[in-house]
Design a protein around this ligand. Structure first.
Ligand SMILES: Nc1ncnc2c1ncn2[C@@H]1O[C@H](COP(=O)(O)OP(=O)(O)OP(=O)(O)O)[C@@H](O)[C@H]1O
Ligand SMILES: [Mg+2]
Length: 442
């Protein structure tokens, strides 16, 4: 009997769940210890000595008495602490206090929140976005059934509140040792430049650089630009640099931060930098902020009055915010772009270090073929590399297709199929990706 029960109990997800439940129980007990029943709360603790739970407790009390609109000004001191600690807006801090207070409740309805912040259900629409933002930041969890929507606060948030941590949502943060090592093939110049960057960002050298810059009252932000045509390894290089320098990486997809709502895009982009600032403050080794596919923001700023002036205005405002943030940056930013020309001069100047990624040489292509398709014969890798000027990204696509072929049909590598795939990859390129003056793709 025991031999049946023990393996089941030892399942890691069961253990994980049990730990979370225990943490939740500790949180419930300790929360009361920290906050205490209202009558026991020590009114003499100075605001600057309060921990996050005490601040949240005060926000809760003020909101319960006065509703959200007034609490935003009456609870300003407490709200300021919570917003900077968690990287959320004032309204989100007020709403979040409800979730903390009701952390024992697994089914918090929107109507409960509306009642707490004292606004009519119709007005709740105004705050719906804030609830969604709390969810996106993983500070609350939403359960959407076909018949109801309820919320709860996840246990890991309780844990970090108890420790008075700044809760950094896991979303978009990749821990360096989870990044799989990948052998990259560069030309000689790129090899030198990537190695130099890795060396500059090693913990020891980076500290020295920072000390020296601040000693000379120079800006400390370390912004790098990776530019080049698609599939040349820009994003992968950013990951590998993070892995080698033991820095976590926070990835931001700029297109995700664009919103159709007036003013929202700017708010979101500011939030990105606020979250990154918190991450830097919280980490022993500064993480990397990766602005992936940043073409739209680093391209030339638009003359307003073109086809879509409001869109141009929004893009220009986002660009100005990023320029400002780069000016005050404390940490490491890597932006990737396909744009090599037409870059805004103001951005160009702010990148301390730039690497242009070129399409791989024949020799690099041979290496990439071998590394992505380990079973490939040497002469096949050499022939394909000579016949087709593919990028690493295109070779990776072909490797994926052959992997699928193997799973579905049990087919191994075959020259004809590989040539067919190479042609398909280059079908839309001028010249069909054939090397000029050497061999033929037919
Ligand atoms: N120089 C390279 N060496 C080895 N592999 C490479 C190289 N370049 C690209 N690859 C392969 O192609 C994949 C895709 O590359 P990656 O996404 O980094 O390209 P990118 O330059 O960021 O493209 P895009 O501009 O389209 O975003 C990588 O994960 C890697 O497997
Ligand atoms: Mg990329």
């Amino acid at each position: 009997m025991l031999s049946i029960i023990i393996p089941f109990v030892m399942k890691t997800d069961v253990i994980f769940y049990t730990i979370l439940v225990i943490f939740n129980i500790i949180f419930l007990i300790k929360k009361d210890y920290f906050l205490g029943p209202k009558s026991q709360k020590d009114p003499n603790i100075p605001v600057e000595k309060m921990n996050i739970l005490e601040h949240i407790g005060n926000i809760y009390d003020i909101t319960q008495k006065h509703g959200i609109e007034e609490s935003l000004s009456k609870g300003e001191n407490h709200i300021e602490y919570v917003t900077s600690k968690l990287g959320i807006s004032p309204a989100q801090a007020v709403i979040f206090s409800h979730f903390v207070e009701k952390s024992y409740d697994d089914n918090i309805y929107l109507s409960d929140i509306a009642g707490f912040i004292q606004c009519k259900n119709t007005k709740m629409i105004k705050y719906m976005h804030d609830v969604e933002e709390l969810e996106k930041k993983k500070l609350i969890y939403c359960n959407r059934d076909s018949w109801s929507i309820t919320y709860r606060m996840p246990s890991e948030v309780s844990v970090s509140l108890l420790k008075n941590d700044n809760f950094i949502p896991e979303k978009n943060i990749i821990v360096y040792d989870e990044i799989k090592p990948k052998k990259m093939y560069y030309n000689q110049r790129e090899t030198g430049e990537v190695q130099k960057l890795i060396s500059m960002l090693s913990e020891e050298n980076y500290e020295k650089i920072m000390d020296r810059l601040s000693g000379k009252s120079m800006r400390k932000g370390f912004a790098c630009l990776f530019s080049g045509t698609p599939g040349t390894g820009k994003t992968e290089t950013a990951y590998q640099v993070a892995r080698e320098t033991k820095r976590d990486i926070m990835i931001v997809d700029i297109s995700e931060t664009k919103s159709k709502w007036y003013g929202e895009s700017e708010k979101k982009i500011k939030e990105v930098f606020d979250t990154y600032r918190i991450a830097v403050k919280n980490s022993k080794i500064a993480p990397i902020l990766l602005l992936n596919e940043a073409d739209a923001v680093i391209g030339s700023r638009k003359d307003i009055g073109n086809t879509n002036p409001s869109l141009d205005e929004t893009e220009n405002r986002i660009q100005n915010i990023i320029l400002q943030e780069m000016e005050n940056l404390s940490g490491i930013l890597i932006a990737t772009t396909n744009l090599v020309q037409n870059m805004d001069k103001a951005f160009d100047r702010r990148f301390l270090y730039k690497i242009v990624f070129e399409k791989p040489t024949v020799q690099s292509r041979i290496g990439i073929w071998n590394s992505l398709l380990p079973g490939i014969a040497e002469e096949v890798a050499a022939e394909l590399s000579n016949r087709f000027e593919l990028s690493g990204g295109q070779i990776e696509n072909i490797a994926r297709k052959t992997e699928i072929d193997f799973i579905i049909n049990g087919e191994g590598l075959c020259m004809d199929t590989l040539v067919e795939y190479c042609k398909a990859e280059t079908a839309n390129e001028p010249g069909g990706g054939k090397r000029i003056g050497f061999g033929s793709a037919d």
